[in-house]
Design a protein around this ligand. Sequence first.
Ligand SMILES: Cc1cc2nc3c(=O)[nH]c(=O)nc-3n(C[C@H](O)[C@H](O)[C@H](O)COP(=O)(O)OP(=O)(O)OC[C@H]3O[C@@H](n4cnc5c(N)ncnc54)[C@H](O)[C@@H]3O)c2cc1C
Length: 487
Amino acid sequence: MIIRKKTEAAFNVIIIGAGPAGISAAYELCKKGTKKKILMVEAGKQYIQRFCLNDLQKSCHGCGGICNTISGFGGCVVYGDGLKISNLPSGQRLRDLYGARKLKRLSKKALQLFNDVVRIPTTFSGSNLPQKVEQVFKLQNIRIKKYPVSVVKESHLKRFIKYMYQYLGERIEILFETEMISLRREHRKGLFIVTTRSKSGTSKYFAQKVILAMGRKGTTCLNKMIKSLNIHTEHNDPSIGVRFEMSSKWLKKIGNLHPDFKASYTNKEGLKAKSFCFCGGNNGGRLRMARYYDSFSTPIVLLDGHITSERKDKERLLAGNFAVLTKLENTKRKKNLAKMIDKYMHLFSGHPIIQPLTSFHNKTQVNEDDDAWIKQLPFKPTLNALKTGSLHLLFEKEQHAIIIELFKRIMKSILILEKAKMEYNNFEKEVLVAGPEIEFIWSKVSLNSYGESSCPGLYIIGDAAGYAQGMIQSMIMGIGAAEHANK
Ligand SMILES: Cc1cc2nc3c(=O)[nH]c(=O)nc-3n(C[C@H](O)[C@H](O)[C@H](O)COP(=O)(O)OP(=O)(O)OC[C@H]3O[C@@H](n4cnc5c(N)ncnc54)[C@H](O)[C@@H]3O)c2cc1C
């Protein structure tokens, strides 16, 4: 970490957030030996100071400490998990933003950067599925989204993070554990004024251009800035749901065929559910808690899933998981989300809960002190500190029904494909439900095809921009903005 003696300084470009979007922007800005002065500000700790308590056989309580999944090289790029990379033609919104040709070029550049550093070519699957597999899902009225996905191992991702930090650390100024708290535009001189806060106090920095890459953690802060700078946004429809954890054997085959298996189902009333962030394949996945305090301005912790490819567990079967989400559509979406979050705070103090699937399905109350059912599961749950509770209470009747319906249809298909002797009803006894999970919370910011907002010189990229979620997608936006800011 760089300790600055001066608390005021001027830069050509300031980047806020050192996730995949921010670091790719920084890399693109300085890769040709630029003489530009660049500052990157990151609220979280450096990657070398981050570790996962679960990896150390300790309990994770979602405290949001040094490991917080959404802070300090956020999301999937947390030091210690694998990730799925999805490639074109996935990403309709980015195509709308950049146009097909430019998106293809940026996407190639982002993947090239990743491959050059990792030194292992990415191999994709998921575009084609055996006809028999498609037919089985079709019989359950399930639609499958096919696109190329690659699984990156934990050790390869570590290599990428290490290299990028080293490369950038030698070329630009990086401030860790420093949070941007305000952004203003000084109209007379046409400069941006960035105010930051760290343990050593507040500082002010000036820049001609600012790139905001604040991801999930920065949602509330970004929304405030967008308002004060009069930047136009459109609402996204958030999705809510739960994660299903089970023995990894059930998700192995499908996870290998399509590592980000996306299945959706629409009921007669037009309500839709989809599977999200499939963590299957040979080595399954794990659940992680992340503190979303700064994203909802309320102290909630949520669950997310990670794919793993180097997890060792000799004693019990590995676990796999995937989420099923349903969209909060229509004009009441904001109200509906607020209602659910209120319930979550009230019933569970904003902390994730687990429940046996049979009880979640039948909406039966569970005894909070009873964790005997966990010991009966034929796999080792990946989070060992979650409390049992009546998770079903968080969902409206229709939401609950569609979540269960899609899960049932996916798993019935998988049981057929696996030629399992087990009936679906019996299989339910082997599944743990954890939640809640909330996704797509960001408003979509109106941007030009360089990622520049209606405030000239201010770029908004990555998850925070509301166009796409995903590591390569964020890198694409980072490179796109930097190419323009470099001019
Ligand atoms: C558990 C989980 C699993 C995922 N798995 C996958 C996967 O397998 N494949 C995939 O492609 N994607 C995955 N994703 C999504 C992916 O992680 C994100 O799309 C990606 O990290 C977004 O990059 P970003 O740079 O926009 O934001 P982030 O990675 O969230 O980075 C933003 C950074 O900004 C910092 N920040 C925020 N506010 C401020 C502030 N005010 N001042 C200073 N710094 C600030 C944060 O600390 C953070 O480090 C996953 C996400 C999660 C949460």
